[in-house]
Design a protein around this ligand. Structure first.
Ligand code: MOS
Length: 763
C-alpha cells in the first residue's frame, strides 16, 4: 500500500484503483464536447459589457459579413422560452435571469447574443464584430455599494427556513465572564472546473439529445423540457464523464435551453464552447459573505452564549443563500444560541453552490472566533473544543448518530506534532521564517436522496449496473462497481457501470456529498433483489429468511464485505432453475424520512435531500480536524504552508484511495481559499476583473509540499444501508480558519478577511 492507496482499516472497503483511471489517462474518456455530432454548427456567445441598463440597438452588419455565419440570435429574434424556477425554490434553474428575453441587462457578462456559424472561428470572429449600444445605469456591485437592499433570508427563500436559536442569548452574553465579538469576511470565488461550460444539442425529429457536463442529468433534462415546453421524455442528457463540478453544474444555467432552441431553429446540431472568462458570468459562483460572531464563555472555557450573524450577496432577481448558521449553531454545546442570516441584493449574476457552500464561509468565522476565544482564555484551542464537544444537537436536543470530532483532533494532533507547539504567538521561528501552528474543526451534514438502479447479472458473473449518477471526478464509478461486486460476490473486473445518461434509472444530483450514500444504497438494494431471486430458485422456502442475508458467491467469489455467509451459491444451477439467461432487477431506494413525493420528484429531476439536522430523531454529520503549519518570511512577508494534516471520520469509507483523494483535494482547496482564491470585483462596473486562470490564483504542487490525510474507523448504523457519510465536501471546510489561526500564532496578527496575501501581513 502507498500513501495514495492506504490500506483499509475497520469498516473500510478496498483501495482499488479507479474504474475510469485508464480511460482518463489515455484520453479515451469522452467528455460532453468530445461527442461526435453529425454536421454541427458552432455557437459563440456575446455577453454584456454593462451590468445594469438596457440594450438600445444592435449593429450586426459587420458580423453578418463574416463568411460562414448562419444566424445571429438576440432578444429581438430569439425563440421564446418558458421560465424555470430557482433550483432551491423547487425548480431547476441556477438563476431566474433569462437572457435574450428583453433588452434589459441584469448583470455584467449576461448572454445578449448567440452567433451560429459553420466553424468555431467564424462564430467567434462574428461575435467580436457585433456592435451594441447600451443605456447604462450605475450598478450596485457588492456589500456597501449604494443601491443595494438588505433583508433577512428567512421568508425570501425556501432554501432558508429558519434562523436557529435556543435559550436566551442576550442575557447569557451579558452575564458571561469572557466575551468575544469579531467580524469576518470571505470573498467571491469561482469554481472553475477544468471542463469549460460547454453544451451540444442535437435534435432527431422531436427528440433532443444534450451533451453537457452536468452534476444532475435528470434535473437538466426536466428543466430544459420545461423551458422548451416539451415532454421531458423527449429530452436526453448524456455525459459519461464530467470534468469537475464543485457545484457549478448542479443546476441548469440559461445557456442550455437557448442552444437547444436555436439548434431546432437552424435545423442543425449545435456545439457551444464558451470561453473561460464567460464561465465566470454564465454560471454561478460562491458569493462574498460577512459575519459577526459573539461568543460568551465562563473562565474555564465553557460556552454560555453564541451568536452568528451572516450576510451574503445575491442578485436582484434571486434570493440565493447558503445560510451556514444551520451548522455553526450546532457544532458546539451551548445553551444560549442566536443567529440571523441576511441577503444583500446587488446587480450581479445569481450565486450558487460551490463546494461545501454553507460551511466554507460560515465555519471560517466560527473556527476563527473559537481560536480567538482560546487566546483570551489562555487555553489550548484543542482543549477549548474538547470542553465544548457536544453529544446532542444544541438547538433541537437530538443525539448525533455518531460523532468523532475529538477523536479526529487527537489523531491529527498526534500526526502533526501539536505538542511541539509553544503556545505563545511569535514564539517559533526558523531563520528568516516565523512559524505558526493552527487548527480548526470541519464538519459536513450527512445527506441522502432517493435513487434508482438497474443491475443485470449474467450466469458467468458479468454484471452491468445502470444508474444516472455522475462521475465528477470523485470516484463514483469505482465505489458503485465495488458495491455491486461485493453484494453479488462477483469479481470487480466483471462489473461494468453505466452512468451520466438520463435514459438510465434516476439518481440524485451529485451535490451535497450525497452521491455515494444514495447511489450505493440503491445498487446494494437491487443486488439484494437479484440474490433473492437466485436463492428462491434453488433453496427451500423455509430457509430463505436466513439465506437472503448471505452472500451469493459466484466462483471464485472473492467477496470481502457482503454479509456473513461463505457458502457459495451454485449460480449456474440457479440460472438453470430459473430458466433464464440473465437476471435483471430494477429498484428504487429512498432514505428513512424521505417525503411521500420522493420517487415522483426523483423522476421529475427534483431532489429531496434528507439527513443532516433534518432527520427525525437524530442528527447526522461527518467530522474532522485540520492542523496546518505556516511560515512567514519576516522581511518579505511571503506566506507558505508547508504542512496540512487532516483527520476525518465519515462512517464507512467505501474506498480509502478515492476517499483520500477527495479529502486531500479538499485540504488543498481549503488552504487555497485562505491564501489564494478571490474573484476581484471592479465596483464601479460590478464586473469580475480576474476572470481567467492566470489571474484567479489557484494552488500548484509547489504550494502544497506536505498533505497528510488520516481516515478514522467509524461505524454508523443509523444513517443509510451502506453506512457511509458523504466526504466529498468535508476536507475543504475549516482549513481557511486553521490557516488564519496559524498566521496569528506566527505573527500575533489576527486576520479576519480572506484571502490573506503578503500585503496583509504587518510585522
Ligand atoms: Mo456540491 S457544491 O454540493 O456540488
Amino acid at each position: 500500500m502507498t500513501a495514495a492507496a492506504p490500506g483499509p482499516k475497520t469498516n473500510m472497503g478496498q483501495p482499488v484503483p479507479r474504474y475510469d483511471a485508464a480511460a482518463k489517462v489515455t484520453g479515451r474518456a469522452t467528455y460532453a464536447s468530445d461527442m461526435p455530432l453529425d454536421n454541427p454548427a458552432y455557437a459563440f456567445l456575446v455577453t454584456s459589457a454593462i451590468a445594469k441598463g438596457r440594450i438600445d440597438r444592435f449593429d450586426l452588419d459587420d458580423a453578418r459579413r463574416v463568411r460562414g455565419v448562419i444566424e445571429i440570435v438576440t432578444h429581438e429574434n430569439a425563440p421564446k422560452l418558458k421560465e424555470s424556477k430557482l433550483f432551491s425554490n423547487g425548480g431547476y434553474a441556477g438563476t431566474t435571469i433569462q437572457p435574450l428575453k428583453s433588452a434589459e441587462i441584469a448583470h455584467d457578462g449576461q448572454i445578449i447574443a448567440v452567433v451560429v456559424a459553420e466553424s468555431y472561428e467564424a462564430a467567434r470572429e462574428a461575435a467580436n464584430r457585433v456592435k451594441v449600444s447600451y443605456s447604462a445605469a450605475a450598478p450596485s456591485a457588492t456589500f456597501d455599494s449604494p443601491g443595494t437592499t438588505t433583508a433577512a433570508a428567512k421568508g425570501q427563500s425556501s432554501q432558508f427556513k429558519e434562523d436557529p436559536k435556543v435559550g436566551d442569548f442576550a442575557k447569557a452574553f451579558d452575564a458571561a465572564e469572557v466575551k468575544l465579538v469579531a467580524s469576518y469576511e470571505t470573498p467571491t470565488q469561482h469554481h472553475n472546473p477544468m471542463e469549460l461550460f460547454t453544451t451540444s444539442c442535437a435534435w432527431m425529429g422531436d427528440n433532443l439529445v444534450i451533451y453537457e457536463g452536468s452534476q444532475y442529468v435528470y434535473g437538466l433534462k426536466n428543466g430544459v423540457a420545461e423551458q422548451l415546453g416539451i415532454d421531458a421524455d423527449k429530452v436526453r442528457v448524456v455525459n459519461p464523464y464530467v470534468g469537475g463540478g464543485f457545484g457549478s453544474r448542479g443546476s441548469m444555467t440559461p445557456r442550455t435551453a437557448i442552444i437547444a432552441a436555436i439548434a431546432k431553429h437552424v435545423n442543425r446540431p449545435i456545439k457551444l464552447v464558451p470561453t473561460r472568462d464567460q464561465g465566470f458570468t454564465i454560471t454561478t459562483h460562491r458569493a462574498e459573505t460577512r459575519h459577526e460572531i459573539k461568543l460568551g464563555a465562563s473562565r474555564d472555557g465553557k460556552l454560555v452564549a453564541l451568536r452568528h450573524e451572516g450576510a451574503e450577496v445575491s442578485s436582484r432577481s434571486d434570493a440565493y443563500c447558503v445560510g451556514g448558521t444551520k451548522t455553526t449553531t450546532r457544532l458546539y454545546a451551548c445553551p444560549n444560541v442566536d443567529s440571523l442570516v441576511s441577503i444583500v441584493r446587488a446587480d450581479r449574476n445569481t450565486p450558487g453552490f460551490m463546494r461545501s457552500p454553507p460551511e466554507v464561509p460560515y465555519l471560517f468565522a466560527l473556527e476563527s472566533a473559537l481560536d480567538e476565544l482560546a487566546v483570551k482564555l489562555n487555553m489550548d484551542p484543542v482543549e477549548l473544543r474538547r470542553i465544548n464537544d457536544a453529544t446532542r444537537d444544541p438547538i433541537d436536543g437530538k443525539p448525533y448518530t455518531s460523532r468523532s470530532l475529538m477523536a479526529c483532533f487527537d489523531e491529527a494532533a498526534k500526526a502533526f506534532g501539536w505538542s511541539q507547539r509553544s503556545p505563545q504567538s511569535k514564539s517559533m521561528s526558523d531563520g528568516d521564517w516565523l512559524i505558526g501552528y493552527g487548527c480548526a474543526a470541519t464538519c459536513y451534514p450527512t445527506l441522502m436522496a432517493p435513487s434508482a438502479a438497474r443491475v443485470r447479472l449474467h450466469r458467468d458473473g458479468r454484471t452491468r449496473v445502470e444508474i444516472a449518477g455522475h462521475e465528477i471526478g470523485t470516484g463514483a464509478y469505482t465505489v458503485i462497481a465495488q458495491t455491486a461486486a461485493e453484494r453479488l460476490g462477483v469479481p470487480l473486473e466483471k462489473v461494468a457501470v453505466f452512468m451520466g445518461d438520463s435514459d438510465l434509472p434516476p439518481a440524485p444530483v451529485a451535490g451535497g456529498s450525497n452521491s455515494t450514500a444514495s447511489t450505493c444504497s440503491a445498487v446494494m438494494m437491487v443486488c439484494d433483489q437479484i440474490r433473492q431471486r437466485l436463492l428462491k430458485a434453488v433453496m427451500p422456502s423455509d430457509s430463505l429468511a436466513d439465506k437472503a442475508k448471505e452472500t451469493v458467491g459466484i466462483s471464485p467469489a472473492p467477496s470481502t464485505q457482503a454479509g456473513k455467509g461463505d457458502r457459495p451459491l451454485e449460480i449456474e444451477k440457479a440460472f438453470d432453475a430459473l430458466g433464464v439467461g440473465v437476471v435483471e432487477e430494477y429498484g428504487e431506494w429512498k432514505p428513512d424520512g424521505a417525503p411521500m413525493d420522493s420517487f415522483r420528484a426523483m423522476h421529475n429531476g427534483q431532489v429531496r435531500l434528507v439527513g443532516g439536522h433534518q432527520m427525525k430523531d437524530q442528527i447526522a454529520y461527518a467530522f474532522g480536524a485540520e492542523f496546518v503549519e505556516v511560515r512567514i518570511n519576516r522581511f518579505t512577508h511571503e506566506i507558505r504552508c508547508p504542512r496540512l494534516v487532516g483527520a476525518f471520520a465519515a462512517g464507512r469509507i467505501m474506498n480509502p484511495r478515492t476517499a483520500r483523494s477527495q479529502l486531500m483535494g479538499g485540504l488543498i482547496w481549503g488552504m487555497s481559499s485562505a491564501l489564494l482564491e478571490a474573484t476581484e470585483i471592479d465596483e464601479r462596473n460590478a464586473r469580475y476583473v480576474n476572470d481567467n486562470l492566470a489571474d484567479y490564483l489557484v494552488p500548484v504542487n509547489a504550494d502544497v509540499p506536505g498533505v497528510e490525510v488520516i481516515m478514522l474507523s467509524e461505524q454508523d448504523d443509523h444513517i443509510n444501508p451502506v453506512g457511509a457519510k458523504g466526504l466529498g465536501e468535508l476536507g475543504n471546510v475549516g482549513t481557511n480558519a486553521a490557516i488564519c489561526n496559524a498566521i496569528y500564532h506566527a505573527t500575533g496578527q489576527r486576520i479576519r478577511k480572506l484571502p490573506v496575501r503578503l500585503e496583509n501581513i504587518e510585522l
